[in-house]
Design a protein. Structure first.
Length: 213
């Protein structure tokens, strides 16, 4: 589900960074998990008081923007299906942190979330969907909407399911960071690299701009 139709328009109205020439789908993107990558991992974050931006995040987003990467957040939000908070709560928090980032001088091009869960307590969200990571649905939707070249894009997450979603969507490189969940050996083995945090990951990616995904 899209946070709002304005989510994509908000970024789309900005001048797009020009990707390295590869036909028409040359827009590169950084797909970024939310909890544990952008903000501190806490159980089912849904209030701004619990949304604590991790160090270096603003700098990382700024660097991505300067380098012409779209900034896309993709987040599983099963707390909605579990009845812990509502979609309206989720939207409020999204508006709040987006505004906070805007004040810091950075924007996000799209924010996608999945409110579903198989066997969810809340019937309307009880679904085995394609959007919940490790499914690729959220990524595929943004790739189409923003005409992103998936192969020259990358993903940053803190769980195996983030990497799996990225692979399924054809994202060129899928990385993990140590700012969220403790990484399983399986997750580390599946990733293309493991970094201390988002900023160190982004700096490494941007320092090798000519490298094909
Ligand atoms: Mg996470
Ligand atoms: Zn879903």
């Amino acid at each position: 589900m899209t946070e709002s139709s304005g989510a994509i328009r908000d970024g789309g109205s900005r001048p797009a960074g020009q990707g390295v020439g590869r036909g028409s789908r040359t827009q590169r993107a950084a797909f970024i998990d939310r909890d544990g990558v952008l903000n501190e991992e806490r159980a089912f974050v849904h209030r701004i008081e619990d949304f604590v931006l991790l160090p270096g995040v603003v700098q990382a987003l700024r660097a991505l923007e300067a380098a012409g990467y779209r900034r896309v957040v993709v987040t599983n939000q099963s707390g909605i299906a579990r009845g812990l908070y509502t979609e309206a709560d989720y939207q409020r928090l999204t508006d709040q942190y987006r505004e906070r980032l805007r004040h810091a001088g950075v924007t996000l091009d799209a924010i996608e979330y999945c409110p579903h869960l198989p066997d969810a307590p809340v019937p309307q969200y009880r679904r085995a969907c394609e959007c919940r990571k490790p499914g690729p649905g959220m990524l595929v939707k943004v790739i189409r909407a923003l005409e992103i070249d998936a192969a020259s894009s990358f993903l940053v997450g803190d769980r195996l399911t983030d990497v799996q979603a990225g692979r399924a969507a054809g994202i060129g490189r899928c990385f993990l960071v140590r700012t969220g969940y403790a990484l399983s050996a399986e997750a580390v083995a599946a990733a293309d690299g493991v970094y201390e945090d988002l900023l160190s990951c982004v700096q490494d990616v941007l320092s090798t701009p000519g490298r094909p995904a």
